[in-house]
Design a protein. Structure first.
Length: 273
């Protein structure tokens, strides 16, 4: 589904970025083996409406498959946490959004960091339906790499040029992704912020039933699910990419600076910030 890089990914292509300025900020998290550019459309939508946006590069990503093999879920979590801290240093009100593994990490931050005021999960995962995962804890010692098929689930196939990934992925990292999903599944009851779940109907990577489970297990009293039946896993670059960005952006705009946990006084209207 993605543009595959067998060796190094250009540091210019994979570079993290900041966009915009303002008292409200959004952290945008890319997917497994992905890079920050996949969230660029949403970043620009938010920056144009007075948000400060930070899209970090997660540990082991945007470099080489060998570098990714040295990382796991706690490295990715710590990357997201450090990026959130950097954003909080500049903004008093923040939200988080992510795609694929980035959506799962966004849910983790919402569950563990009360500073997060709104969350959007695009094609986030709690589990992956693949029989090979049952033997992966043993097989990873003998089969070090997984080579993705050349099949594309995007309706807008030219979107693959806007995504960047490796031509092979470490099986140990895939196992860590599965463990991350299981971890976040148990954390979802602690997600009490306004939650928007976006899911592509053509997604061949993450079973769309993940979206229903995320919504059902989350503790949020304000939550919504929107399906884009024509879109594949990489929703941010597919046929509905503009509508996906607008849907996510409007959700974050609506609640960041307004929402507060039960028992905590509401913040001022963001228009007055």
């Amino acid at each position: 589904m993605k543009v595959r890089h067998g060796g190094n990914i250009s540091s210019e292509v994979a570079a993290p970025y900041w966009l915009g300025d303002g008292p409200r900020g959004v952290l945008l998290l890319h997917g497994f083996a992905g890079t920050p550019p996949e969230m660029r459309l949403l970043a620009e939508w938010l920056a144009n409406r007075g948000f400060l946006v930070h899209a970090p590069l997660l540990a082991g990503h945007g470099t080489t498959p060998e570098a990714m093999a040295e990382t796991g879920r706690w490295d990715w979590i710590h990357s997201a946490e450090r990026a959130l801290e950097q954003l909080l240093e500049r903004c008093p009100h923040v939200g988080v959004a992510g795609q694929s593994m980035g959506g799962t990490l966004a849910l983790h931050l919402a569950a563990t960091r009360p500073e997060v005021e709104a969350v959007v999960s695009q094609a986030g995962l709690l589990w992956i339906r693949d029989w090979r995962l049952r033997v992966l804890p043993v097989a990873k010692a003998f089969i070090r790499w997984e080579v993705p098929s050349g099949e594309v689930d995007l309706y807008r196939t030219e979107g693959i040029r806007e995504l960047h990934s490796y031509s092979r992925r470490p099986t140990a990292a895939i196992l860590e992704l599965v463990r991350l999903g299981k971890q976040v599944r148990h954390e979802l009851a602690a997600v009490v912020q306004p939650l928007l779940v976006l899911q592509g109907g053509r997604d061949s990577v993450v079973d769309p039933a993940n979206a229903d489970q995320i919504l059902a297990l989350a503790g949020s009293s304000v939550r919504a699910l929107r399906r884009f039946e024509r879109s594949g896993h990489g929703m941010s670059v597919d046929i509905d990419r503009v509508e996906v960005a607008e849907e996510a952006g409007r959700w974050l705009d609506r609640y960041i600076g307004i929402w507060a946990p039960p028992g905590v006084a509401l913040s001022p209207d963001p228009a007055a910030l």
